[in-house]
Ligand binder design. Structure first.
Ligand SMILES: [Zn+2]
Ligand SMILES: [Zn+2]
Length: 82
């Protein structure tokens, strides 16, 4: 249970996954791992898309897994409104 998940990133290949997600509408990045962070994923993205599923298996949502490298790149380069 403690072994880190890994994901296949389109840009970076096989990468460990630590709970990072990206909104597939606006490409903002969030983490689902640590609720104390400012980047913790809200239910609804600032762009208006529903980021997280309402219930397990229910509804459409915009969050897509992204690797820690993508997260680090995008979180440092805010796009659009500050
Ligand atoms: Zn968004
Ligand atoms: Zn990546």
């Amino acid at each position: 249970m403690n072994s880190p998940k890994s994901i296949e990133c389109g840009e970076h290949g096989q990468m460990p996954w630590n709970g990072e997600v990206t909104c597939c509408k606006c490409e903002r990045v969030f983490t689902t791992h640590d609720v104390s962070l400012a980047t913790h994923a809200p239910m609804r993205c600032p762009c208006g898309a529903r980021l997280m599923p309402k219930a397990i298996g229910g509804g459409k949502f915009s969050a897509r897994l992204c690797c820690s490298e993508c997260f680090a790149q995008r979180v440092q380069v805010p796009r659009g409104s500050a």
